[in-house]
Design a protein around this ligand. Structure first.
Ligand code: DGP
Length: 128
């Protein structure tokens, strides 16, 4: 599926892919779920472990989330990201968290998500 870069000024689109996954309208390979977050395998993995962690609320980006989410949502989501990394066994070997926000980042899905990547040496943070 071809997707356009996310427009950060656009309102939340309830038909985005991750919204549909959260509602159970599209399948995913679920890794973790709690009150605040859902984690599932990325459909195009770029590392041996590549999991997406999304908040359950309707937030387009980190900017949106950090400005509008409640303290409970923010704490719950942050804890969930850490818990997923722990449960995936990534803490000792290390891992990378990536959150693409807006056009320059290449964000394609307009629902906030953190990529958790690991399982190998990931090299430079931003390839030259
Ligand atoms: P980003 O550029 O940060 O918005 O990355 C979006 C990621 O979402 C990308 O790595 C591929 C993944 N993705 C896109 N569509 C689906 C889907 O339908 N299911 C799953 N599991 N992942 C998807």
């Amino acid at each position: 599926m071809t997707m356009a870069p996310v427009d950060p000024s656009a309102p939340y689109d309830r038909d985005n892919i991750f919204a549909k996954i959260l509602r159970g309208e599209l399948p995913c390979t679920k890794v973790y779920e709690d009150e605040h977050a859902l984690a599932f395998e990325d459909i195009h993995p770029q590392a041996p472990v590549h999991v997406l962690v999304v908040p359950k609320g309707e937030y387009v980006s980190w900017d949106d989330f950090s400005a509008k989410a409640s303290a409970d949502e923010i704490a719950g989501y942050m804890r969930a990201v850490g818990k997923v990394a722990r449960e995936l066994g990534l803490v000792e070997s290390g891992y990378r968290m990536i959150a693409n926000i807006g056009p320059d980042s290449g964000q394609l899905v307009p629902h906030l998500h953190v990529h958790l990547c690991g399982g190998t040496n990931l090299g430079r943070m931003i390839p030259a």
